[in-house]
Structure formats: structure tokens, C-alpha cells
Design a protein around this ligand. Structure first.
Ligand code: ARG
Length: 598
């Protein structure tokens, strides 16, 4: 048996997961149904000499079945080999009873043909078990600056959405904007002071720069007691649904929305706005719900919930504040309401929150409370996806030379300007003209650089924002990857114009460099599952960086246009094509557009 395309059937593409199922099946055949819940102990091989995967179950099962590990391995192997033979070589038993498994060449070849043929999905099937996934990301605050933390959230969140969508899940992208809260009392009071009324709305009043407007309102608030009193009344009026207050509020939201949208358009990120205000009428139910099950406690007039295991600095139990003594609700209350709504109304199976690591405790506590309250069935997972700080090149707080917070729009524009300057210099050196197309390319490169720099870092660490590093042509950067794609795509285009590739094309993997490349190519589906679970996009970047290096080795060692035979030429062209398709797909998951030429 064996033989390329058939054995590369869809169910095997997640090789490790498939292998785990087969090991379990073989274990049951060999030792009976009572071992069906035993962990099959399948892992990626720790060293290349051990093959591609290893299975260590013989050691862990030995006691349970009362046999020596080596004998367990023997018995398992007899059952396992027939199940695996289309995909794996005859497994080897090593040491006390390790099973070493090596993928068959023709299996890998079959997978590569499929990847050349199906340029869009690369033979990766959509899940047969789609989940409802809610990703809560970006989520800036109305009338405040959208800062670099929100940029990180936007970029990371978008990639996680793209990945889940690609895998076939039903994704809801939610922008939980901070559009409710006490700051609106101050802002609307200031609007009124400036002449805003229900009848004439803003009239001649220009809010212009909202952040500035916020600063002015805050200054008035700080200097004038009457203003403070008016602001507090305004909050109450707004929460009670007063029409004038609401119209002031929506003017402010609309103005912010426009500013945020500029950034989303530049980044090509789609989000559905469902801010804190959306949950406003569900907040009192949260309180009464918590009261009913006696989770609600009083503390100095406020209402709080204590979560086991959370202590503050002094070692006292740490309260999770849900209602202030004046009756007002908080950020926390809204998050509890949001969990309920997302689980009950939106039928979420998985909810991801992409925010800075500083909010970890908040989300941990909210999750514990929601579970204790019985609002979250056990199959639903709530996961905080924390990330570190964006710092300046000096490792200090990220700000402009004059010490202000950096406007995201300016930051993205600056990356484009610098990318454009780099391109212009290189074109001039080659005596080539700078055209409109170059301008478009510069935009793609500049934005890609910002995204890639962020995504290629382990999200949990702080990262230093450096235009020079992110725009560098060498190393694990966007320009490097975009060049690699353009070059490989160019090779494929040039040679491919004479040759037609199809799934019947035989893939030859005789040179170690061909095999080394091909092995990495077929790992992609497993990588995607790994990232879906770990929520570490930097692994995608590591993967394509490694891919481009394996490609270079291959291209140095294995001539394509001048391959020794027509058959090898075709096969090598297929490897080029599969590599280009893979780069394109992964860059796309990272929210990065590719360019044909650079
Ligand atoms: N607006 C918050 C901030 O700027 C982020 C909101 C995150 N989402 C949530 N459901 N709490 O930090």
C-alpha cells in the first residue's frame, strides 16, 4: 500500500493527533478496552535520529498490564504497524521500549502535491466540530487615546481570529470599548458648558481633537467644585437615560469611533463594536444574581465578592468590587454581565480576552465568580490572553520625543514613511524609478513591519518598539519575509510558466535538503493547532522564518531550472510552490499582505 495522494488523506494531516488516535486503537486491540483512556504519550521526536515522532506509552503502561516495557512495546507494535503503514515506516523499538516513528517519504510527497494544488487551504480541512469563539480585543476607551497597548491587542487579537476562522470556527470579533463610566459625567458637563443643548446639538462647537477635549474637561473638573457637582449629577442623568445626556454621550462616542476606525482601516482589522454600555441594563441582574446565591458581601457600604485564594498585599482577602457605595457599577460588574450574555445569548464555547498582563487578576477573578455562580457550563472556556508592555528603544515608557503619548495613526504613518524611504534608496541604487506601485508596496511593508515585530515576540514579554529593527532586511522581520515570499514566488512564476503542476506529479525527496524542507512544510497543520491552543502567534513567525531558511538551503543545493531530469524539475518546482503558498497563508493569518515584487 502507501502511494502518494490517497494516503495523504485529509484525516491524517494533523499527524500527531491522528497518531494518538491510532495508538489508542492499537492499545485497545492489544490490551483490551480498559486501556482506552490511557494517555498515548505521543510526542515530536526529541532528536532527529529518533525519527519524527516518538511514543513512550510502553513505559507508563508496563505496571498496569504487568509486563516489561519492552514486551508492551512489542505487542503494541504488532497492532500499530498495520494501522500506520500508509503514513509511517515500520516503527522501531529503542532502549527500554520507546517507539520511534518516521514519516514515509511518499506520504510526505503526497502531502506536498496536495499543497501545490490547493494553494488556498494547502490541504488543511476545516474542523468537523466548529465552535463558537468570541475574541474580545482592541477595546480602547472612548474620548481617550488609543495607545500602543490597544495596538498590541488589536494585532494579536486579529491574528487569533484569523486563525480560528481559517480552522473553521464561528468567530465573533468584539470590540469591548470603554463607552460607559463616570468620565462621561465630566465630558458631557463640559459639552454643556460649551453650549451644547438637546435642541441645537453641538451647534458651532467643534470638539476637534477628543483627547484634548478630555484634558480640558478634566482641568475644569479639577479646578471647579460646582463643575464636579454638575458632573456627578450628569452621570446619574446619563444612567437614568436622560435624552440630552444620551445625545451628548453619543456625539462623543461617534467622534471617537471615527478616530479608531482610521487605525482599523490602516491595519485592515474588522471588529464589531459592543461596548460596556451594551451591558448596562443587565448590571442589576448581576447583583441580584450574586445576592441570591449568597456570593455578595458588604464591605464599607460597597458590594463585593471574595474569591478564594486572592489576597491583597496585607494578606487580607481581596475583594472584587461590583457596586460602589453610591450604587454605581464598575468595569468588573460589566465584565460579569458580559460573560453571562456571551455564554447564554451568544452560545460561546470559548471566550478570549486579549489585554495587557496587568488585567490578569481581574479576569481570573471574574472567571471564578462566573463559574461559582453557575453562569458558565464546564465545556465553555474563558481565557485571558495577556501581553507585556510596549517600551521605547531605551526600555522606558514608549512616548514621543516631547514626552507625549504616541498617536497610533502617527506611529503607523511613520513606519510607512520609513519603509518608503528605504525602498526609494534601494531603487535609486539600482537606477530604477519610484512609482505608484512602489508607494503601495511601501505601505504594505511599513504596516507589515509593525505587525510582524509585535507578533514575532513572545506576547508575554515586554517588547521594545524600534523602527530600525522592524524594518531591517535581515533577521526575523517583515521585510525579510516579504522578500523571501517575492523571491520564491518569482522562481515559481518563471519556471512554472513552462510546466503544469498537478496532484499526480511525483515528489522526489532524495536530497537531504529536499526532505528537510518538505518535512517542515507538512508540519503546518499541527503548528496551527498548537497556536490555537497556546495562543502564541510568535510560533507562526518562527515557523516561516525557519521555512525560509530551509528553502534557502534547498535552493542552494538543488537546482530547479537546471535540475538533472524533467521529473526532478517538476518535483522541485512543486516544493517552491508549496513553500510560496505556505508563506502566503501564514502571512495572511498574521494579517500581512504579500507583494509580488519588491
Ligand atoms: N477598555 C479596556 C482597556 O482599555 C480593555 C477592555 C478589555 N475587555 C474586557 N472585556 N474587559 O484596558
Amino acid at each position: 500500500s502507501g502511494g502518494s495522494v490517497d494516503s495523504a488523506s485529509l484525516e491524517t494531516v494533523y499527524v500527531q493527533q491522528w497518531l494518538e488516535r491510532k495508538v489508542t486503537q492499537a492499545l485497545c486491540e492489544a490490551f483490551g478496552e480498559e486501556v482506552k483512556d490511557v494517555n498515548p504519550m505521543v510526542a515530536i521526536a526529541s532528536k532527529p535520529e529518533f525519527g519524527d515522532y516518538q511514543c513512550n506509552v510502553a513505559m507508563s503502561l508496563s505496571k498496569k498490564v504487568g509486563m516489561k516495557p519492552r514486551d508492551v512495546a512489542d505487542k503494541l507494535l504488532q497492532r500499530l504497524h498495520p494501522l500506520l503503514q500508509d503514513v509511517f515506516e515500520q516503527p522501531e523499538i529503542a532502549g527500554p521500549g520507546f517507539l520511534n516513528l518516521r514519516l514515509r517519504k511518499d506520504y510526505i510527497g503526497g502531502r506536498i502535491s496536495r499543497m501545490t494544488e490547493d494553494g488556498e487551504r494547502l490541504g488543511i480541512p476545516k474542523t468537523g466540530n466548529p465552535k463558537r469563539v468570541i475574541v474580545d480585543f482592541s477595546s480602547p476607551n472612548i474620548a481617550k487615546e488609543m495607545h500602543v497597548g490597544h495596538l498590541r491587542s488589536t494585532i494579536i487579537g486579529d491574528t487569533l481570529c484569523r486563525l480560528e476562522e481559517f480552522l473553521g470556527h464561528d468567530v465573533l470579533r468584539l470590540n469591548h470599548v470603554g463607552d460607559w463610566g463616570t468620565q462621561f459625567g465630566m465630558l458631557i458637563t463640559y459639552l454643556r458648558e460649551k453650549g451644547f443643548t438637546a435642541e441645537k446639538g453641538l451647534g458651532d462647537l467643534q470638539i476637534g481633537d477628543l483627547v484634548n477635549f478630555y484634558k480640558q474637561a478634566k482641568a475644569r473638573f479639577d479646578e471647579d467644585e460646582a463643575f464636579q457637582t454638575a458632573s456627578r449629577k450628569e452621570v446619574v442623568a446619563l444612567q437614568a437615560g436622560d435624552a440630552t445626556s444620551l445625545s451628548g454621550w453619543s456625539i462623543l462616542c461617534e467622534a471617537s469611533r471615527k478616530e479608531f476606525q482610521v487605525v482599523y482601516d490602516m491595519l485592515n482589522v474588522r471588529l464589531e463594536e459592543r461596548g460596556e454600555s451594551f451591558y448596562n441594563n443587565m448590571l442589576s441582574d448581576v447583583i441580584s444574581g450574586l445576592k441570591e446565591i449568597e456570593l455578595l458581601k458588604e464591605s464599607e457600604g460597597a458590594r463585593v465578592v471574595y474569591v478564594d485564594g486572592y489576597k491583597n498585599k496585607d494578606g487580607d482577602p481581596m475583594p472584587f468590587l461590583v457596586q460602589k457605595s453610591d450604587g454605581g457599577y464598575l468595569y468588573s460588574t460589566t465584565d460579569l454581565a458580559a460573560i453571562r450574555h456571551r455564554v447564554q445569548k451568544e452560545k460561546a464555547d470559548r471566550i478570549l480576552y486579549v489585554t495587557d498582563a496587568g488585567q490578569s487578576t481581574h479576569f481570573d477573578q471574574a472567571r471564578c465568580i462566573a463559574r461559582q455562580a453557575g453562569w458558565v457550563p464546564s465545556h465553555v472556556s474563558l481565557e485571558h490572553v495577556p501581553f507585556g508592555l510596549v517600551q521605547g528603544e531605551d526600555g522606558k515608557k514608549f512616548k514621543t520625543r516631547s514626552g507625549d503619548t504616541v498617536k497610533l495613526r502617527d506611529l503607523l504613518d511613520e513606519a510607512i514613511v520609513r519603509a518608503s524611504k528605504d525602498l526609494r534608496e534601494r531603487l535609486e541604487a539600482d537606477n530604477k524609478p519610484f512609482t505608484e506601485e512602489t508607494e503601495r508596496t511601501a505601505r504594505i511593508v511599513g504596516l507589515a513591519a509593525v505587525k510582524y515585530a509585535d507578533l514575532s515576540m513572545n506576547r508575554e514579554s515586554n517588547y521594545r518598539f524600534s523602527y530600525d529593527k522592524m524594518l531591517a532586511l535581515s533577521g526575523n522581520t517583515a521585510p525579510y519575509m516579504l522578500y523571501a515570499f517575492a523571491r520564491i514566488n518569482g522562481i515559481r512564476r518563471k519556471i512554472g510558466s513552462e510546466i503544469k503542476l498537478d496532484s499526480s506529479c511525483k515528489i522526489i525527496l532524495d536530497h537531504p535538503a529536499e526532505m528537510f524542507l518538505a518535512r517542515h512544510l507538512v508540519y503546518l497543520p499541527e503548528l496551527l493547532l498548537d497556536v490555537e491552543k497556546s495562543l502564541y502567534p510568535h510560533r507562526l513567525c518562527e515557523y516561516i522564518f525557519e521555512l525560509s531558511q530551509r528553502f534557502n538551503q534547498f535552493y542552494e543545493n538543488c537546482p530547479v531550472a537546471n535540475a538533472p531530469s524533467e521529473e526532478e524539475k517538476k518535483s522541485r518546482l512543486a516544493l517552491c510552490s508549496a513553500t510560496a503558498n505556505t508563506l502566503q497563508l501564514v502571512l495572511n493569518l498574521l494579517g500581512i499582505d504579500t507583494v509580488e515584487r519588491l
